[in-house]
Design a protein around this ligand. Structure first.
Ligand code: ADP
Length: 486
């Protein structure tokens, strides 16, 4: 059940439970400790009061000369003492003996348990309990626990008689205090629990606020289509801020990627619309104006040309998309001889001789790379096609393959150059020519789809190869691809 609750609820609950348990344990330990301290204190009071009273009793033997009644009274008032006739002499007791200090009562007994003087809340009950020297013991009566302490008096009494002093203290006071504390605890624990619920809720709300923001932004993105929204949880460097940054980076990439897709679709439709319009216009014109068979043949030729163009465009688009999505599985890589492949493509394309252009090759044998032969074939063919397409009448194309020095990583590389002496590319266009559907206006009349170099770039990326172009308008262009060598 709790699993379905919000994190805020769970944190608050665990926090409250933890605080309450820790607090209750702490209070329990404190009560136990104070109980033991109180007991020790009571015992100490008892012992010290009895020991104090010990010195307050003196025995005056009879042969010291008997006192007259008046003398006795005088003595009592003079010294604040009490005189008790005992065994032919007198027991002289300080009046302070009767003071009840810290709830402790003290009383004087004969050895057989008869109380001579003093106060004892349990006098009768304790009378017959034998005395043991310096002994502390407990006794319960009327639901009260009493602590008792006996001491034997050394008073040089005649006939070796002994007298005993017994101190007694009820534990009521300490019990009462503990009861008060316990009552307080019973009151405090729920208050603390409520406070910790409030604190836990406040803390979890505060700490989880960024998550809540993230959740809101993410769900508004997933429900609507506003990919430009970003999570803003202010400045900070904790885990949540890092998570928010990661999310924002992800949204950025998604936005870019969706943007690219949208652009691709719109560019593709745009590119397809031109041949399609030509075909439609041609059909309408021919159907309306009629004419002889040669007009029909001319129309069909136009339609055929445009259909071929559309077909090429559609094929290129499909190939490009296929490469864009999951190239790893669709185009597995393996070791193959790039020299042999380049040689074969150069030889077959040299036969084209479009615009009277001559293609020569300079290929270092035995250069292997790890890649997909079909894709690399496409890359080389596209570069050579472009060299023909944008070459000058009677010009030259040179295809060069050579090994090149190891880079910082220490791995050897293979360099492919396709060099032409054609129209060249303006500096401002150099960056754009690898974009999808980018075609310079002057190239619009030429055959081509604007996807050739985009595909070349993609294939280079799949092979982790570097690609660059060096070109000057009117002088020609050199396209270079550097592969890692096996
Ligand atoms: P296209 O189908 O138009 O050839 P590409 O992607 O292959 O599309 O090339 C994009 C643009 O780059 C071309 O329209 C052209 O303007 C320019 N370009 C490509 N190769 C060359 C080259 N060898 N010489 C001059 N310009 C070139």
């Amino acid at each position: 059940m709790i699993r379905n609750r919000s994190i805020k609820f769970k944190i608050t609950m665990w926090f409250t439970l933890g605080v309450t348990i820790i607090l209750s344990l702490a209070i329990l330990v404190a009560i136990m400790a104070s109980r033991s301290v109180l007991r020790t204190t009571i015992r100490n009071y008892l012992i010290s009061t009895v020991d104090n009273n010990y010195d307050m009793i003196e025995y005056i033997p009879a042969n010291d000369g008997s006192l007259t009644d008046q003398e006795k009274i005088d003595k009592r008032t003079e010294n604040h003492e009490i005189l008790i006739d005992y065994s032919g002499g007198y027991l002289l007791i300080d009046e302070d003996f009767m003071n009840i200090v810290n709830d402790v009562n003290t009383a004087l007994y004969t050895a057989d348990g008869t109380m001579l003087y003093g106060e004892n809340p349990l006098a009768r009950r304790t009378e017959n309990i034998p005395f043991t020297e310096s002994h502390i013991w407990n006794m319960a009566a009327n639901n009260v626990n009493y602590v008792l302490y006996d001491r034997k008096l050394n008073l040089d009494l005649p006939d070796d008689e002994t007298l005993w002093m017994r101190g007694i203290v009820p534990e009521t006071e300490s019990e009462k205090q503990l009861r008060d504390i316990s009552g307080l605890v019973i009151l405090i624990v729920p208050v603390i629990a409520v406070l910790s619920i409030m604190l836990g809720y406040f803390l979890s709300r505060r700490m989880l606020a960024p998550i809540s923001d993230m959740e809101k932004t993410a769900s508004s993105i997933s429900q609507g289509d506003d990919l430009s929204r970003r999570i803003d949880i202010g400045n900070g460097n904790d885990e949540l801020h890092k998570l928010a940054d990661d999310f924002n980076m992800m949204f950025e990439r998604l936005e870019e990627s969706f943007g690219r897709e949208r652009q691709f679709t719109s560019d593709a439709s745009h590119e397809l619309r031109t041949p399609m319009s030509v075909i439609m216009a041609q059909c309408e014109y021919t159907l309306e104006s009629g004419g002889d068979i040669s007009d029909y043949i001319e129309s069909l030729e136009t339609i055929h040309r445009q259909s071929l163009r559309m077909n090429g465009l559609i094929n290129d688009m499909l190939d490009y998309t296929r490469m864009d999505q999951g190239a790893e599985e669709k185009y597995p890589k393996y070791d193959f001889d790039l020299s042999v492949l380049t040689e074969r493509i150069s030889d077959s394309m040299a036969m084209l001789r479009t615009n009277d252009i001559t293609l020569t090759s300079d290929i270092e044998p035995g250069l292997h790379i790890n890649g997909n032969e079909r894709l690399v074939d496409r890359l080389i063919s596209n570069l050579i096609s472009n060299a023909y397409r944008y070459g000058k009448e009677g010009g030259t194309i040179k295809v060069k393959l050579s090994s090149c020095d190891a880079d910082d990583t220490g791995r050897p590389h293979v360099r492919l150059d396709v060099i032409d002496d054609g129209i060249g590319i303006d500096e401002g266009d150099l960056e754009k020519i690898f974009d999808r559907f980018y075609r310079k206006d002057s190239a619009r009349t030429e055959q081509g789809t604007g996807l050739g170099l985009a595909m070349v770039k993609k294939i280079a990326e799949i092979h982790e190869a570097e690609i660059f172009v060096d070109s000057a308008p009117g002088k020609g262009s050199t396209f270079t691809v550097i592969f890692e060598r096996m």
